[in-house]
Design a protein around this ligand. Structure first.
Ligand code: ZN
Length: 308
């Protein structure tokens, strides 16, 4: 066999496909900002022009920021907030900076997705950037607070939900509209732990916006405050928590997370991830596209319809 034939055989054996030529234009060099003030790490999503659509560039930068906060002994509490009009409009499914086709340096025990065929491609990618990262971030040994304003939509929920506390402004709203694309919710299926099952069904079936006040009433968030007082409220809360002993905080967080897991949280999230990817595969088979032909604009139109 010639060298070329051997190579071809190897490719066949490894079930690989050619990478798609990616034409990615990042509009921000720093999609996540990081600073530490008074023992609090302020982690800021920073794709304001695109309402903090989450591309891989942002999610890997977020992983870096969280790791930096965990590594820094001067940091006791981590706040996650956003620049721009909305907290986050969800995963990036259609900006010039959508980098789905770019290989990234992996952080978890999953292989690169970009040269994998069929349904394996999204499955391998989402094992890391969506499911894996969320599970990893939830386990940070320091308390985390999500500071949410305006839209917290789809993938935006995932970032708020992995935090220990959620403080929202009175203009915030929460929404998971991805049933429109055929999915049983976003990749991190914590819905039925963030609210009771009957409310989770309503939230998912209707895909409507949930106001901050309603989110407070169903127990999904800790506090609702006027928009102008949001940051001050979070700062006061974070700096007060920062005065508690480090290990005591870590143990308390682990204790609460452990009880959630006794209630089946992680097992449920893992199981529904399989359903989510069955829906991706079904979309590819029936609609010829793994997200049913939608992009940010078409989803925004569909979401507006749900409010009328
Ligand atoms: Zn997905």
């Amino acid at each position: 066999m010639s060298e070329k034939q051997t190579e071809e055989q190897l490719e066949l054996d490894l079930e690989l496909v050619d990478r798609v030529e990616a034409n990615v234009v990042y509009e921000e060099d720093e999609p996540v900002l990081y600073e530490v003030v008074n023992h609090v790490a302020w982690v800021t999503l920073n794709r304001p022009q695109l309402h903090n659509a989450q591309n891989s560039q942002m999610l890997y930068a977020l992983d870096d920021a969280f790791q930096a906060a965990v590594n820094d002994d001067a940091v006791k509490v981590v706040v996650l907030r956003s620049n721009g009009k909305h907290f986050s409009q969800g995963h990036d499914i259609g900006t010039p900076g959508r980098d789905f086709e770019l290989p990234m340096e992996r952080r978890l025990m999953w292989y690169d997705h970009t040269n994998k065929p069929g349904a394996e491609k999204a499955f391998a990618r989402e094992q890391e950037v969506y499911l894996g990262f969320c599970k990893r971030w939830r386990l940070m040994p320091k308390p985390t607070i999500a500071q949410v304003h305006k839209g917290c939509i789809a993938g935006g929920l995932m970032l708020a939900w992995i935090c220990d506390l959620i403080v929202a402004s009175d203009d915030a709203f929460f929404q998971d509209p991805v049933l429109t694309m055929g999915f049983p919710g976003v990749e991190y299926f914590a819905h039925a732990h963030e609210m009771n099952v009957r409310r989770a069904k309503e939230f998912l079936f209707l895909g409507e916006r949930m106001t901050a006040q309603r989110a407070y009433e169903v127990g999904m968030i800790n506090r609702v405050v006027p928009r102008e007082g949001l940051e001050a409220e979070v700062r006061a809360m974070a700096e007060k928590i920062a005065k508690q002993p480090r290990l005591g905080l870590a143990l308390t967080k682990q204790a609460c997370n452990h009880i959630e897991d006794l209630q089946g949280k992680t097992t449920g999230v893992d199981a529904v991830f399989g359903y989510h990817h069955f829906a991706h595969a079904q979309n590819s088979l029936v609609k010829g596209d793994y997200i049913a032909g939608h992009d940010l604009a078409s989803m925004a139109r569909e979401n507006k319809k749900k409010e009328s």
